[in-house]
Design a protein around this ligand. Structure first.
Ligand SMILES: N[C@@H](CCC(=O)N[C@@H](CS)C(=O)NCC(=O)O)C(=O)O
Length: 209
């Protein structure tokens, strides 16, 4: 069986999937993607397998394509028949897990889609600036909600999960380390502890230095 392939870029959301492969002890071939904000040809090419033109994208050994990090996350848990990153369907933590997983991908992630390069959506420079600022303010609100919901030492309390990996990757982005450290201490502690885990440290080192 040939290997799975992951379309990825250092520091981007593909790190969420790389960390899961590292945790499960599974191999994946890394396919490097250019900066999709600077390289329209690379974006067009990627859109053949990722309709939104985004990474991560996972290609299964038989050629089937999985985009969307949450879909990949749930698939990997199914495939490995393990519940150490994704609580089992019958577990008490499952509803809370699903709620915050979807919150991260459906609420937090789009702030970057629309805020990272507002010029994709708006021609007026003043409107672009306003959208950039509004998405950052929205991110702050969302992260404060996550802070309120977070347990310790991990997001779900005593048990580690992929929510901790999402938090650890996404807290490298806006609103920036000073803001997280000052405003979301529980999130920040989860992020530091996750990045320091023995199996995940090489992934975080590679992606975020
Ligand atoms: N809903 C997607 C979001 C993925 C996403 O926004 N990826 C970013 C990198 S972190 C991307 O590829 N951005 C390029 C673009 O939007 O053009 C997921 O959860 O996988």
């Amino acid at each position: 069986m040939s290997r799975m392939q992951l379309y990825r870029r250092n520091g981007w959301g593909s790190a969420i999937v790389e960390a899961q492969f590292a945790h499960y002890g599974l191999e994946v071939e890394r396919i490097e993607v250019a900066d999709l904000f600077l390289d329209p040809a690379a974006r067009r090419e990627l859109m053949r397998i990722s309709p939104a033109g985004q990474i991560p994208v996972l290609i299964l050994p038989d050629g089937r394509v999985l985009s969307e990090s949450a879909a990949i996350t749930l698939y990997l848990a199914d495939m490995t028949e393990r519940d150490d990153l994704v609580p089992d369907v019958r577990s008490a933590e499952r509803p809370r897990f699903l709620r915050w997983l979807i919150f991260l991908v459906a609420q937090v992630y789009p702030c970057f889609t629309f805020g990272d390069d507002p010029a994709r959506f708006l021609t007026d420079p003043a409107a672009q600036k306003e959208l950039g600022e509004a998405t950052t303010a929205r991110l702050q609100e969302l992260w404060l909600a996550l802070e309120g919901a977070a347990g310790a030492p991990w997001f779900l309390g005593q048990r580690f999960s992929v929510l901790d990996i999402y938090v650890a990757v996404m807290s490298n982005w806006k609103p920036g380390p000073e803001w997280f450290a000052a405003n979301t201490p529980k999130v920040w502690a989860i992020a530091s502890a996750t990045a320091a885990r023995e199996d995940l440290a090489p992934v975080f080192q590679r992606n975020f230095g």
